[in-house]
Write a protein that binds this ligand. Structure first.
Ligand code: AHR
Length: 677
């Protein structure tokens, strides 16, 4: 019997083994097949060889507006609020706790406001009367306090003129809320005429809500003006410059452009309160302080102490653009005040000065020293041109009044400066009557760039990843000039910049990038917000008087901007762009300078997704770098305590025969970078 035959037994065992093996292979095959099917479900193809379009260097930029204390109280490092007593209530920001205005005869001293003149730009000064040495104090509260850092130095300057008596010393001290002194210095006033004095204080402790206390020795009357205090540590160490931590965050974005000064601030609530660039340059003392239009815009977020000193003015904006490697993109009033407010209009026959402002600005930025405005720029310390290429006419205007005015600007600018690109706008909404009318009319005028704005829900952003897929390729280029996903409505916008908002923006941004043949400029808005003095949220960067941090939205912007590449290539699934199939969104570029392929994959699903990506058209290194950005959950945020909680983490991955097999985590943005051989 076979069973007794050792060979037969071996044979039987062999048969058994074979059958087991077949079972195992089959099972493995099934498993493999399952895996293959799931990978195939998300099998993406990248064509490296074919450039779809060049990516403009301006593709990812920043939008700056003095909203949320972003300039005065923020980027502009001045620490004294109302330094020249020019606010509507001229003592706003200043306290004199020991003076008793009612007991005129036995007060230790008093500070009064005196007007030099109603004319000009610097109207007021502060007149101090010191009667005795019982302790008159003049205290400035700063912008919701002053942030001081132990051992850092602070430059104080003021103008003073002795009027009578002999005030022999002005003492200046940092104090905390308990009036503990955290650093001090003094000035000896010598002149009866106005004179400038400077001194320096070193902080003896770190304090987020310090104040400046000014006291006097001797009795008499002294006049003070332009009491100013800056940290020595400013961006590039410039005197009276910008907060270095905030500029560093901008610099790290490698922005393609800097749009300034807004936003609605360009338009003003009234024409008189529009942003006038000529009033924002030259001697700082002569820059007229005006109300910031955001001070009482929202009933539930009143900031009556919000004014514009214009210490950060157009010269500084141009300089900042240059510092951070961004193309300057100024936006000017087109003769229409904000249509959400008064909507005041300049009559057409009085539009000339507005148009002239635009022409002069181009000369200010680019003119050589033989031109009037080029000379002004040079006298301010920048003989080299600022290389202005764009100018915006109007911010969020709509309707025929805008088109009528825009035409006049367009003709004048193009006649004189045919190479300057003019940015026009479609109003505050990304669709609807205003938008459709604006776009139709602007197209008739053959405009070059149209600015679109959208503050929408996270869902809208995901759904609109295809927004530009069917845009007219022969029409104007697009500037996605203001956008942000609002988990709550704009009016109810809370401080939150959660991962949900950032993730949905990233999905949308793959659509911007995939359409970079027409989308040439994009910027998140608003850029910055003071945590104790904001009006509008979410915002990309939050700060207090000591610290700042980038939100998850900031890191999304940074990932895209730092990896924008030079050439758009295709990433597809079954020949179609990846715009939300299986909750995946994707775009791909190559960088001909760094010789890299860069893939941006957004997984908006609640589960990880394993994806196979085939790359054809180039020989690739077998290893790549992955930058992964994700939150712990959709409500996760960064904060002062954990400023980089949601920020990119870097790992390596392997390629096999030009294929990447990658597990994209749930709710994540991943940038895959592969070097070409
Ligand atoms: O970014 C905040 C505001 O939103 C801008 O000032 C304005 O242009 C838009 O309505």
């Amino acid at each position: 019997m076979n069973q007794c035959n050792p060979r037969a037994i071996k044979h039987i065992n062999y048969k058994k083994m074979k059958s087991n093996l077949i079972t195992k292979i089959t099972l493995f095959g099934l498993l493999l097949n399952g895996f293959y099917v799931s990978a195939q479900k998300n099998n993406l193809q990248v064509d490296v060889a074919k450039t779809v379009t060049k990516i403009q260097p301006t593709m990812y930029g920043v939008f700056f507006e003095d909203i949320n204390f972003a300039a005065d109280g923020g980027l502009y490092a001045e620490m004294i609020k109302n330094r020249s007593f020019e606010f509507e209530l001229p003592m706003m920001g200043w306290n004199q706790p020991n003076s008793d205005r009612h007991k005129l005869n036995n007060q230790s001293g008093i500070a009064n406001i005196v007007q030099y003149s109603k004319k000009g730009t610097n109207h007021n000064y502060c007149r101090i009367t010191i009667n005795d040495d019982t302790g008159f104090e003049l205290i400035n509260e700063g912008f919701r306090g002053m942030g001081i850092k132990k051992d850092l130095r602070y430059n104080l300057s003021l103008k003073a003129a002795k009027e009578s008596g002999n005030i022999s010393k002005i003492k200046i001290q940092f104090i905390d809320k308990n009036k503990n002194v955290l650093g001090e210095t003094s000035i000896v006033p010598t002149s009866n005429d106005w004179a400038n004095y400077t001194t320096q204080l070193t902080a003896t402790a770190t304090e987020a809500k310090a104040k400046i206390k000014i006291t006097f020795e001797g009795t008499g009357i002294i006049k003070l003006d332009m009491i100013s205090l800056f940290p020595e540590d400013t961006w590039k160490g410039r005197k009276n410059g910008l907060r270095s931590d905030l500029v560093q965050l901008l610099y790290d974005l490698k922005p393609g452009f800097l749009r300034f000064p807004g936003g609605c601030i360009v338009e003003g609530k009234t024409l008189a309160l529009r942003y006038q660039w000529k009033k924002s340059i030259g001697d700082i003392e002569e820059r007229e302080t005006i109300i910031n239009r955001w001070n009482t815009e929202f009933a539930n977020k009143q900031v009556p102490d919000y004014f514009q000193s214009f210490g950060l003015g157009f010269f500084e904006y141009f300089q900042l653009s240059e510092d951070i490697g961004a193309s300057p993109l100024p936006i000017l009033s087109c003769g229409m005040a904000c249509q959400f407010n008064t909507g005041e209009l300049v009559p057409m026959d009085q539009l000339d000065p507005y148009v002239q402002d635009a022409l002069d600005l181009i000369e200010f930025a680019n003119g050589d020293l033989s031109t009037a405005w080029g000379k002004v720029r040079a006298d301010m310390g920048h003989p080299k041109p600022f290389n202005l290429k764009f100018i915006g006419v109007g911010n969020e205007q709509w309707g025929p009044d805008y088109i009528e005015r825009f035409k006049v600007f367009q003709k004048a600018i193009k006649d004189k400066y045919p190479n300057i690109k003019i940015v026009s706008g479609t109003g505050p909404f990304p669709d609807g009557d205003y938008f459709d009318y604006g776009m139709t009319e602007l197209k008739k005028l053959n405009v070059e760039v149209v600015d679109e704005h959208y503050y929408k829900s996270p869902e809208w952003f995901k759904e609109n990843a295809t927004r530009y897929d069917n845009y007219d390729r022969k029409g104007p280029k697009i500037f996605a000039g203001e956008y942000a996903a609002h988990p709550k409505g704009v009016e109810d916008g809370r401080k939150e910049n959660n991962w949900l908002s950032a993730l949905s923006e990233s999905a949308f941004m793959t659509g911007l990038e995939r359409n970079s043949d027409i989308v040439e400029l994009t910027s998140y808005a608003p850029l910055m917000a003071h945590v104790d003095a904001w009006q509008w949220a979410p915002d990309m960067i939050w700060f207090n008087n000591l610290e700042s941090y980038g939100t998850p939205n900031y890191y999304v912007q940074k990932l895209f901007s730092n990896n924008k590449g030079t050439d758009l290539i295709t990433i597809t699934k079954d020949g179609k762009a990846i715009t939300g199939q299986n909750d995946l969104f994707a775009s791909a570029v190559k960088d001909v300078n760094s010789k890299e392929i860069i893939l941006k994959i957004v997984n908006t699903a609640s589960a990880d997704q394993n994806v196979a990506i085939d790359l054809k058209g180039a020989k690739l290194e077998p290893k790549g770098t992955a930058l992964i950005l994700k939150g712990d959950g959709l409500n996760d945020e960064n904060s002062f305590e954990a400023p980089t909680k949601i920020s990119p983490r870097e790992t390596e991955f392997k390629l096999k025969s030009n294929q990447i097999q990658y597990n994209f985590p749930a709710y994540s943005v991943t940038v895959l970078k592969i070097k070409m051989k």
